[in-house]
Write a protein that binds this ligand. Structure first.
Ligand code: FMN
Length: 418
């Protein structure tokens, strides 16, 4: 090696000056974005995003279920360009990815859902705004031009609920997603430990943790108090409003309620939070446009199965034309490929874009989406598949029992290699 080359190799690399650019510099996959979010956020906030219900069995199970699936490539197909776009509910999407609804987003970043909408609009990825959003439906609609959907939790006050649906429709939200896996609030024990309840009961440790994240704390203190901005209650202070609203959600949703919501929306809706194929069949009978197979990212019923394991049955039970979306545990382009190959029309991701948001605001959200897109392209190319639409179950198989990693040194070989 020549001296000039050695010097170039040892020269200090320029460090980006802007904090968001610094945070994203090493974010080459979703796990790296997760680490960046861990460094940027107080522990209680990171745990709010990261945590699952009770023993977090479903949370871990979601990832394990994807890891248990293998991808079987085809070779010599001459694939040099792949088309990642898909047709979903009458629209062309750049990839089969939708950003899932997540509440309290201004806790993760002071610009909250507006920043998510801006990050999503870079690629034209649809974003589902939560009923528990901390920016209003109007503010998010105005923040960026991309496609937006609205997620509804049924409210006990039906007049308020009806008004909310009307506002979302008038603001141009294209789909209504009714979440139905909230008969009770999942026990997220990390939040209990951290005092992150409604209203918050922050502990001294949580406070000190905030001090160690001055950037986040500055913005938190300099911004308006966090509240459910979309639902207007003209009374009380933000904390009381938040408590009243938390009590105002209808836990016991029935199929009649689903029909009522569909009538209010005036068009077929999507139902989120189903797993059983009998429920998917009923959704089809009621003329819904689609379902989202979901265990809420492991945050509601612990020990619920991973949605990817329920997909094949759901596909069989689904009426013609019923869109099947799936979420919970998608972290890689290969996970998207597995879900689509097994019959999903698209997937939703929650935590991946929240990591990006926590690390670097709108730019971090855009990075999360771009990471998943570029991984999707690479995996499809390696599989020899030229378009997402060409994927089918022949590309996926269940992993067999683990093969021994270390063969004995005596030269014993397994029969297949002899
Ligand atoms: C912090 C957080 C808040 C969430 N809030 C909502 C919500 O308000 N409404 C909803 O339907 N789902 C909510 N979810 C569930 C997501 O929509 C989605 O089902 C889940 O995040 C998918 O799993 P993943 O995070 O592994 O991608 C939330 C998830 C997280 C992580």
């Amino acid at each position: 090696m020549r001296l000039r080359e050695l010097k170039a190799l040892l020269a200090p690399r320029p460090v980006p000056l802007r904090p968001t650019a610094r945070a994203l510099a090493g974010a080459y996959n979703i796990a790296a974005l997760q680490s960046a979010a861990y460094r940027a956020l107080p522990r209680a906030v990171f745990d709010y995003v990261e945590g699952g219900a009770e023993d977090e069995v479903s949370l871990r199970g979601n990832r394990a279920a994807f890891a248990a699936l293998e991808l079987v490539p085809g070779i010599c197909k001459g694939v040099s360009f792949v088309d990642t776009s898909v047709e979903l509910l009458g629209e062309r999407l750049p990839t089969p990815v939708v950003l899932a609804p997540t509440g309290f987003t201004r806790m993760v970043h002071h610009e909250g859902e507006r920043a998510v909408a801006r990050g999503a609009s870079v690629s034209g990825t649809p974003y589902v705004l939560s009923t528990m959003a901390t920016c209003s439906v109007e503010a998010v609609a105005a923040a960026a031009p991309g496609p937006k959907w609205f997620q509804l939790y049924l409210l006990k006050d039906r007049a308020l609920c009806s008004d909310l649906i009307r506002r979302a429709r008038e603001c141009g939200y294209r789909q209504l997603v009714l979440t139905v896996d909230n008969a009770a609030q999942g026990a997220r024990e990390r939040d209990v430990r951290n005092g992150l309840t409604i209203p918050p009961a922050l502990t001294a440790r949580t406070f000190l943790d905030g001090v160690r994240r001055p950037r986040w704390s500055y913005h938190f203190l300099a911004s308006d108090p966090i509240e459910f901005a979309t639902i207007r209650l003209a009374e009380d202070d933000p904390a009381t409003r938040m408590r009243k609203l938390a009590q105002g959600f209808e836990g016991t949703v029935t199929w009649d309620d689903v029909e009522w919501v569909q009538e209010q929306w005036g068009a077929p809706i999507l139902l989120k939070g189903l797993l059983a194929s009998s429920d998917v069949a009923q959704a089809g009978r009621l003329g819904l446009s689609g379902v989202v197979l979901s265990n809420h990212g492991g945050r509601q019923l612990d020990h619920a199965p991973a949605p990817i394991d329920m997909l094949a049955e759901a596909r069989c039970a689904a009426a013609d034309g019923l869109a099947i979306l799936l979420d919970s545990g998608i972290r890689r382009g290969s996970d998207i490929v597995k879900a689509v190959a097994l019959g999903a029309d698209a997937v939703l991701v929650g935590r991946p874009y929240l990591y990006g948001l926590g690390a670097a605001g709108a730019a971090g959200v855009a990075r999360a989406v771009e990471i998943l897109r570029s991984e999707l392209v690479r995996v499809l190319t390696l599989l020899g598949v030229a378009a997402v639409a060409e994927l089918d179950e022949s590309y996926v198989r269940q992993r067999r029992a683990a093969l021994p990693v270390h063969l004995p040194s005596s030269g014993v070989r397994c029969s297949r290699t002899r």
